[in-house]
Ligand binder design. Structure first.
Ligand code: ZN
Length: 180
């Protein structure tokens, strides 16, 4: 398994633990389960950091030693949850391209909460950025509902898990017949 992990790292050059876990889930090791794979990948990363074959170039982002200086060229770009622009993440969990977009996100988030509080309305129209976030989170699983993901997103969006489940259904329906 270590050889396979290493081969994916070599292929990517710059990666997060999550990237490599995703790669391994497309192999014969899939049946071992995500938690097991994640631990193996994390252990392997630690070992390689110790041996200095890889370097931590940013928070949660690693590069093969040879690519550490110009790592930004090799990393998989992310799409900003607010403006949808591609950007180079500086840490694994980053969701926005800039501080401006981050501010915008929380402004919208608090606005929608306040609004709901005032009107007492249970159902709030889904904003475009909320849908984009939903798509970003569930896309890798082909929009299949997962409680764990929904719980996390529920905190971020201030919507119930049930509402997220319903919205996912709508998105799946909308995408029916469209090849992804
Ligand atoms: Zn942005």
């Amino acid at each position: 398994m270590k050889n396979v992990i290493w081969s994916f790292m070599v292929k990517r050059k710059v990666f997060t633990a999550k990237d490599v876990v995703k790669d391994l889930e497309g192999t014969k090791y899939k049946h071992l389960g995500k938690a097991f794979i994640r631990n193996k990948v994390k252990d392997f990363i630690k070992q390689q950091l110790y041996k200095a074959t890889i370097t931590a170039v940013s928070e949660g982002i690693f590069a093969l030693r040879e690519y550490a200086t110009d790592w930004e060229k090799y990393i998989e770009k992310k799409k900003c949850a607010v403006c949808n622009r591609e950007y180079v993440p500086f840490e694994e969990k980053q969701m926005f391209c800039s501080n401006a977009c981050k501010k915008e996100y929380y402004k919208l988030y608090h606005q929608s909460r306040r609004h709901r509080g005032k009107t007492g309305r249970k159902f709030q129209k889904w904003q475009k950025w909320e849908e984009q976030k939903l798509i970003e989170v569930f896309k890798s699983d082909n929009y299949r509902y997962s409680r764990q993901k929904a719980a996390q997103l529920s905190k971020e969006l201030g919507r119930s898990e049930e509402a997220i489940k319903e919205r996912l259904k709508i998105i799946r329906r909308r995408l029916k017949g469209v090849t992804l």
